[in-house]
Design a protein around this ligand. Structure first.
Ligand code: PLP
Length: 386
C-alpha cells in the first residue's frame, strides 16, 4: 500500500531533535523554543471562556465571524498600513494553516515557488505537500539577510508562480525595508508572480523599518498571512488569518471549507478580545524582547562571536563557524557539555550551516548565561588544533 510520497519523505525537524533531547531537563537552559514565554493575556482567556459558557460553540462562517473579520480589517489598516474589506480576510488555524490554504488557492502542482534559505522549515514542507517545485534564494550575513534581486532573477523560471517573503524573519530577525520591498514587488510584477508575505511577527519589531508589501501593492498580487500566536502569546489557540485581493479571498474561503470548515469558535472570540487589548499588552512583551536582544548581542559582541542584530521577531542568529563543526553537532555538543539547548542553523536550510538560533523567549538571566556558555564552547572548539 502506498502513502503520499512527499509526506513520507518529509525530513524530521532539526529543532525537534534538540527539543526532544533536552525535554523535561531542568538543568538545561532552554533557548531552542520558538514560542513566547509569556502567558496569554487573562482577558483573552476570559473571553473564550465566556463565549463557550454563552453557548458560542457551534460552527461559524468558514472565513470567520463577521465581528472578528471587521476588527481585523481595522487592525490591518491601523498597524500594517493597507486597506482591506472584511470580506478580504479569511481566518486560518494558525498562520501555518493560513499559509497552506493560501498556497492551495494560488498554485497548481508543478508550479515553482521561491523560498528563503535559511527559513522556517514549514515553507518547504507545505510546498512539497502541494507538489510545488521550490527554489531557495540565499539570505546571507553580508547581505543583511534580506533577498538580493540578482539571486531571485537567477532562480525564476517560466513555471515560477509565487515569491514567498518573510519579514520579520524566523530564524534571522531580519526585516525588509521599503525601498527593497518596492523592488521585490517590481520583480514579482515583471515575472507575473504572486507574493505570499508571511508577517506572523508583524508586531514584534524594534526599529520601525518593517513594511507590508500589501501596502505597496498596485496590482493585487499580494496575499499576506498574520497570526495571533506571537503577538499575543497565543501559540496553542491556533488563530491566524490571510488578507488577499477580493477574487483570491473568495477562492481561499472556498478552499478552507474542505480543509477546516471553520476555526474553533471560542478561539475566534478570544481573538476579538486580543485585538481589544490595551496597547501596553503587546508593547510590554516587545520591550522585553528588545531588552533581551540587547543583552545577548552585547554579550556575544564582547566575546567576539558574530551575531546578527535582529530588527524584529524574537531570535538571535549567531555565527558559530569559528568552531569548525557542523551546526547540528555543535548544538548537540552544547547540550551535552554546557547544558544549553539551541536550534542548529541547519534546521532552517543549507544556508544555516555555521549558525545557531537562540530564542529570546527566555528570561534575561537564562539568555545571558546561555550566551556565555555558547561563546565559551565556540572559543574552546576554535582553539583546538586543525
Ligand atoms: N511563520 C513563521 C515564520 C513562523 O515562525 C511561524 C511559527 O513559528 C508561523 C508562521 C506559524 O505560526 P502559527 O501557525 O502558530 O500562527
Amino acid at each position: 500500500m502506498q502513502v503520499n510520497a512527499a509526506a513520507a519523505a518529509m525530513p524530521p525537524s532539526g529543532i525537534r531533535e534538540i527539543m526532544n533531547a533536552a525535554w523535561g531537563r531542568s538543568d538545561v537552559l532552554h533557548l531552542e523554543v520558538g514560542e513566547p514565554d509569556f502567558p496569554t493575556p487573562a482577558a483573552v482567556v476570559a473571553a473564550a471562556h465566556e463565549a463557550a459558557m454563552a453557548g458560542r460553540t457551534g460552527y461559524t462562517p468558514t472565513a470567520g465571524i463577521p465581528a472578528l473579520r471587521s476588527a481585523l480589517a481595522a487592525k490591518v489598516r491601523a498597524r500594517n498600513g493597507f486597506s482591506v474589506e472584511p470580506e478580504q480576510i479569511v481566518l486560518g488555524n494558525g498562520g501555518a494553516q493560513a499559509l497552506q490554504a493560501s498556497l492551495t488557492a494560488l498554485t497548481e502542482p508543478g508550479d515553482g515557488i521561491l523560498l528563503p534559505d535559511p527559513a522556517w522549515p514549514n515553507f518547504a514542507m507545505m510546498s512539497a505537500l502541494l507538489g510545488l517545485e521550490s527554489a531557495h534564494y540565499p539570505l546571507t550575513m553580508a547581505g543583511g539577510f534580506v533577498p538580493e534581486l540578482s539571486d531571485l532573477e537567477g532562480l525564476v523560471t517560466p513555471k515560477t508562480r509565487v515569491l514567498l517573503l518573510n519579514s520579520p524573519s524566523n530564524p534571522l530577525g531580519s526585516v525588509i525595508d521599503r525601498d527593497r520591498m518596492t523592488r521585490l514587488l517590481e520583480f514579482a510584477a515583471r515575472h507575473e508572480l504572486w507574493v505570499l508575505s508571511d508577517e506572523c511577527y508583524d508586531e514584534i519589531t524594534f526599529d520601525g523599518t518593517a513594511v507590508s508589501p500589501a501596502a505597496l501593492d498596485t496590482d493585487g498580487r499580494v496575499v499576506t498571512v498574520f497570526s495571533f500566536s506571537k503577538t499575543y502569546a497565543m501559540t496553542g489557540w491556533r488563530l491566524g488569518y490571510a488578507t488577499a485581493p477580493p477574487e483570491v479571498a473568495q477562492v481561499l474561503a472556498k478552499a478552507q471549507e474542505p480543509l477546516i470548515s471553520c476555526i474553533n469558535t471560542p478561539t475566534q472570540y478570544a481573538g476579538l478580545a486580543a485585538l481589544e487589548s490595551p496597547p501596553e499588552v503587546v508593547a510590554n512583551m516587545v520591550r522585553a524582547y528588545r531588552q533581551r536582544r540587547d543583552t545577548v548581542v552585547g554579550l556575544l559582541d564582547e566575546w567576539g562571536l558574530p551575531v546578527f542584530r535582529p530588527a524584529g521577531a524574537f531570535y538571535a542568529w549567531v555565527d558559530v563557524s569559528a568552531a569548525r563543526l557542523d551546526a547540528r553537532e555543535l548544538a548537540l555538543q552544547l547540550l551535552a557539555e554546557e547544558q544549553v539547548a539551541v536550534a542548529p542553523g541547519t534546521a532552517f536550510g543549507r544556508g544555516g550551516q555555521g549558525f545557531v538560533r537562540l530564542s529570546l523567549a527566555a528570561s534575561e538571566e537564562t539568555l545571558a548565561e546561555g550566551s556565555v556558555r555558547l561563546a565559551r564552547l565556540v572559543e574552546r572548539l576554535a582553539a583546538r588544533p586543525r
